[in-house]
Design a protein around this ligand. Structure first.
Ligand code: ZN
Length: 153
């Protein structure tokens, strides 16, 4: 199998079996993001424990790339420190903005895990927003949750 078909399989698996696709009852912040160019939507809730992402849950609809990417992101960031999750978000953003020219290091592959499967999406500017939707939602939910926790202390 080529990388490309392995990657397509990863995306398909996450689309069919999305991870953390259930809204949390207990949460610190909720965001709703849309990608109007494709019609993708995601509602995402995050729960922090100090400086760690204790849990994250989401619901969404839209194309397979947006839904699979949100699933992959959830899998990667739950249990991570906020700093690590945001560093990963930046790394994924860089990959998506690479226009198919990314030169991935072994370190990138280790860190991004299944998210590496979206590498090919970076060649299609119209789909990049689909792949980024969940990641952007996670970033703003974490920022909001942090702000709220600072206000309450
Ligand atoms: Zn889409």
């Amino acid at each position: 199998m080529t990388d490309e078909s392995v990657y397509q399989q990863i995306i398909l698996d996450h689309y069919k079996h999305p991870q953390h696709r259930q809204l949390l009852d207990d949460f610190d912040a909720q965001v709703h993001h849309v990608n109007p160019t494709c019609g993708d939507e995601v509602t995402l809730r995050v729960s922090l424990n100090g400086t760690t992402i204790a849990d994250l849950g989401w619901e969404g609809e839209g194309c397979s790339i947006s839904q699979a990417s949100t699933s992959v992101m959830s899998d990667l960031v739950v249990g991570k420190s906020i700093d690590d999750a945001l560093a990963l978000q930046t790394r994924f953003l860089d990959l998506m903005q690479s226009q198919g020219q990314a030169e991935l290091t072994e370190d990138d592959e280790d860190e991004l895990e299944d998210a590496i499967a979206f590498e090919g999406v970076s060649k299609y500017p119209a789909r990049v927003k689909c792949a980024l939707l969940g990641w952007m939602a996670m970033k703003s939910a974490v920022a909001e949750a942090r702000l709220l926790s600072e206000e309450s202390t």
